[in-house]
Design a protein. Structure first.
Lengths: 263, 255
């Protein structure tokens, strides 16, 4: 079994693979304040809750976009699992060609993991749309070349910013409003966020297709809100909620077989 | 002369009208906790800087979405201009109907924009205001405000993204020439600007189709409207002073 940890700006997602199957997964809040003991003992409790013996974990694989939690997190793995975790970043062999980028190290590790998974599972050209703290639109061509990546403010970031910056606007639940007639403040924001982010996705996908003269690009979406935004299945070809886990396992296997990653 | 004041979450915009003619405008940060003297003395210097005597201002109307500034602002007008300001609210004679269970929950900026669009360009209309929040509001041909959407303003959501992510920089809001980005800054610029363009196009299309108003006038205002429609393909009219015009019209109906 391997334990994979995907550290996002808001949440860390922890999952256990047995072969190619995810057998359990949990989420915890990302916080730079958490100590290695808090993180380590929480992961131990997660495993215990699902009757997984920590002794069966052969490797721990981490990808992170939050540098300042890494000290506590790697220490937690060392202390509670007795091993050095394997860190997935843009220095690993991913099969993705990042040569178009000015500085490949700027590509968030979460994006590298997602595009590797999408390219290997679905083939190129493929676009990955990830609904997270940011909404990202990354395109890989048929040869595995990273062609472009677009970063927009995530849905939760948008709704939260409205609440924080506008004196009279409340927090809302993100969903399609019941009617096109939005006559109270909550449904007005729901309508704006729902239709606005659908429009964002359509426009960005179409603009990139037009600029490249690509007719067919497979669009794979992931992240919690992908299903809310494409509620009628018109925008994305595939919604794959486990893309990042699949990518972490894939990059781990690939690099392990090459003997590259043990730090 | 008439002083109109549009109080937004980020800025207060002041406009001075001579008859129906807007002769000058100024902006002041709305700020937190400004005193009536600070506001009053600043208005004073705006006016005198343009050669306008304080006593020639005969009327004042304020439209505000920031309740906490109103005490200081109304005091400033009384003390420095010696007049009682009219404060825009939904119980005035608006010339439009706000279709809501509770019209008081409708932001003043929204119905003021609609009043101006109706008067200047006719109905039905879709009125879009790009500010701290972006609003997309519909007034039908019977002059009823029937629906509207709110989204996060371009600056609002991009600044918040900076605070909520560990590795993203602050960027200047410009539309990159290409969607093929090569670094984090161009990637963010493309996402923020193209995302909001897509938002605008989708919302206009949905409203026109679902409400069956294919010929509704699309009227835009607000600082970033020009960036959204740099080629003039999306809006029928772009009027940067729509809100001030609405306040002037509201004053004329109610003073």
């Amino acid at each position: 079994m391997i334990l994979v940890i995907n550290v996002g700006n808001m949440e860390m997602i922890v999952a256990v693979f047995e072969g190619e199957e995810v057998v359990a997964s949990w989420r915890m809040t990302t916080s730079a304040m958490k100590t290695s003991d808090e993180i380590g003992s929480t992961i131990m409790r997660f495993l215990d809750f699902d009757d997984i013996d920590p002794a069966n974990i052969e490797d721990v694989v981490i990808s992170s976009v939050v540098p300042n939690v890494m000290y506590s997190l790697t220490n937690a793995v060392k202390k509670y699992f007795g091993m050095q975790p394997i860190i997935i970043d843009s220095s690993v062999i991913s099969g993705i060609d990042l040569s178009r980028m000015k500085n490949p190290l700027e590509l968030g590790n979460n994006r590298l993991v997602n595009i590797s998974a999408a390219y290997h599972i679905y083939g190129g050209p493929v676009m990955v749309v990830d609904y997270s703290t940011c909404t990202t639109y990354d395109l890989i061509d048929e040869n595995g070349l990273f062609v472009t990546g677009i970063t927009a403010p995530g849905i939760n970031v948008c709704t939260e910013s409205l609440f924080l910056k506008a004196a009279q606007l409340p927090r809302i639940e993100i969903k399609k409003p019941d009617s096109i007639y939005c006559q109270d403040i909550v449904s007005c924001i729901q309508g704006g966020i729902y239709y606005g982010h659908r429009g964002e996705a359509r426009y960005i996908i179409d603009s990139i297709k037009n600029e490249l003269g690509f007719d067919k690009i497979k669009v794979v979406a992931t992240g919690g809100l992908a299903r809310v935004i494409d509620s009628e299945g018109e925008i994305f070809d595939v919604i794959d909620p486990f893309l990042s886990f699949k990518g972490l396992r894939l990059l781990y296997e690939k690099n392990k077989s090459l003997g590259e990653v043990r730090l | 002369m008439l002083l109109v004041i549009d109080v937004g979450n980020t800025n207060m915009v002041f406009g001075i009208y001579k008859n129906k003619q807007l002769i000058n405008t100024w902006r002041m940060a709305t700020g937190d906790g400004k005193t009536s003297d600070e506001i009053g003395i600043t208005i004073n210097s705006f006016l005198s800087g343009s050669g306008i005597g304080l006593h020639s201002v005969e009327g004042c109307i304020i439209g505000s979405v920031v309740p906490t500034i109103m005490y200081s602002l109304t005091h400033a007008i009384r003390k420095y201009l010696g007049i009682e300001p009219l404060v825009a609210n939904c119980n005035m004679d608006l010339g439009i109907t706000i279709v809501r269970a509770n019209p008081a929950t409708c932001g003043v900026d929204r119905f003021v924009d609609i009043i101006a669009a109706k008067e200047l360009y006719g109905t039905p209309a879709i009125v879009i205001d790009y500010g701290t929040a972006n609003t997309f509001d519909v007034v039908d041909e019977e002059n009823r405000f029937i629906t509207g959407f709110i989204t996060a303003g371009m600056k609002t959501c991009s600044e918040h993204l900076y605070t909520r992510s560990a590795q993203l920089p602050k960027v200047e809001l410009v539309r990159p020439e290409s969607m093929l980005t090569v670094d984090t800054v161009s990637s963010l610029q493309a996402g923020i600007v193209a995302g909001r363009i897509g938002e605008t196009i989708e919302i206009i299309n949905v409203l026109k189709k679902e409400l069956n108003i294919p010929h509704a006038k699309v009227v835009a205002t607000g600082g970033l409207a020009k960036m959204i429609d740099s080629k003039g393909e999306i809006f029928d009219v772009c009027n940067p002073f729509l809100n001030l015009e609405g306040l002037r019209i509201l004053y004329e109906r109610n003073a």
